[in-house]
Design a protein around this ligand. Structure first.
Ligand SMILES: Cc1cn([C@H]2C[C@H](O)[C@@H](COP(=O)(O)OP(=O)(O)O[C@H]3O[C@H](C)C(=O)[C@H](O)[C@H]3O)O2)c(=O)[nH]c1=O
Length: 187
């Protein structure tokens, strides 16, 4: 019996993943990644870097991508709840510019797999959220690009929250998804 349930979203290659949780009187155990199970599901990555970030309610990190060194990401929440978004920027993709969003919670222990060629970001819905993720390419700060969280072309339907959305200086300056972005990404 596999340790995970994989559900491919409406965008090819993007998966929601639910782990098998073994609960007992001590608490619970679950595998959070298993190369063999993921490979069987069509997710065959060599992850090279793990990241973790903590953010308070209303923080929106994104929408980021790397250009020459695109990263596939396996993301989950270990505390709280976020709305996670992947925007398809793959050259020639029939869903170019389309997005898929998922609510990830520590409670549900669900994960989101985002292939290379996507912009990625999330909005924190709980008072605090700890976000952990695996990347299959290293961080290259000089190679970073981004699109505005509220880009009209992508038109992400972010959940309503009762606090102001807060962005980093860097994220505030991103432009919308334009031909320029496309050229940038598809180089
Ligand atoms: C991403 C990254 C950052 N850093 C350093 C660079 C900065 O001094 C500091 C904060 O970086 P940044 O503001 O880019 O962090 P986030 O806004 O969480 O960026 C991430 O946000 C979205 C959700 C992503 O999917 C990407 O992994 C990444 O772009 O950490 C590193 O040293 N290594 C790294 O891999």
């Amino acid at each position: 019996m596999g340790q995970f349930t994989f559900t491919e979203t409406e965008i090819e290659g993007v998966f929601i993943i639910e782990p098998r949780v073994f609960g007992d009187e001590r608490g619970y155990f679950m595998e959070t990644y298993n190369k063999a199970d993921f490979k069987k599901a069509g997710i065959d990555c060599e992850f090279v870097q793990d990241n973790q970030s903590k953010s308070s309610k209303g923080v929106l990190r994104g929408l980021h991508f790397q250009i020459q060194y695109p990263q596939a990401k396996l993301v989950r929440v270990t505390k709280g709840e976020v709305y996670d978004v992947a925007v398809d920027l793959r050259e020639g993709s029939p869903t170019y510019g389309k997005y898929v969003g998922a609510v990830l919670t520590a409670e549900k222990k669900n994960q989101f797999f985002i292939p290379r060629g996507f912009a990625h970001g999330f909005l924190v819905l709980s008072d605090e959220a700890e976000f952990v993720y695996k990347c299959d390419e290293f961080y290259h700060p000089e190679d970073e690009g981004g699109i505005r969280w509220d880009d009209l072309y992508v038109g992400i339907d972010w959940p309503e929250i009762d606090v102001e959305i807060s962005l980093s200086e860097k994220d505030m300056q991103y432009i919308g998804l334009t031909n320029e972005t496309f050229e940038l990404v598809s180089r």
